[in-house]
Design a protein around this ligand. Structure first.
Ligand code: 5GP
Ligand code: ZN
Length: 115
């Protein structure tokens, strides 16, 4: 886990975050700059730079990321109304933090195509 990685530091509770849910291999916390009434980030606890760095050794962690996204949607009351799951990957997608994170966005109508 790189010392300098912001989300590794949140995972290790070195930087505070409002935690929504936690499992053994994943953490869900509220985005500091929400883009929708519900905006939660779900990260694997292990450092993975982005979607291109995912390998078979990450299967368990990625499963837990999706399970926490499901649970977060239920907890926030958007599992039936709908929500969006986003992995920004690389510069053109505006990935700002180089630690894989799944955005869970909802509780409003979301435009398509995204900007
Ligand atoms: P990206 O643009 O990399 O897909 O998303 C990074 C997200 O992390 C942004 O939505 C941003 O608001 C959020 N973020 C950046 N720094 C922090 C932080 O210190 N705490 C929390 N909770 N979210 C952060
Ligand atoms: Zn990291």
């Amino acid at each position: 886990m790189p010392e300098a990685c912001l989300f590794c530091r949140i995972v290790r509770k070195k930087i505070p975050a409002k935690v929504a849910l936690e499992s053994s291999q994943a953490l869900a916390f509220y985005d500091i700059n929400p883009q929708a009434p519900v905006h939660i980030l779900v990260v694997p606890k292990t450092h993975i730079e982005n979607a291109m760095a995912v390998g078979p050794e990450h299967a368990g962690a990625l499963y837990e990321v999706l399970m926490l996204a499901q649970e977060a949607a239920k907890k926030e009351g958007i599992s039936k109304s709908g929500f969006r799951l986003v992995f920004n990957n690389g510069p053109d997608a505006g990935q700002a933090v180089a630690h894989l994170h799944l955005h869970v966005l909802g509780k409003r109508k979301l435009g398509w195509p995204p900007g």
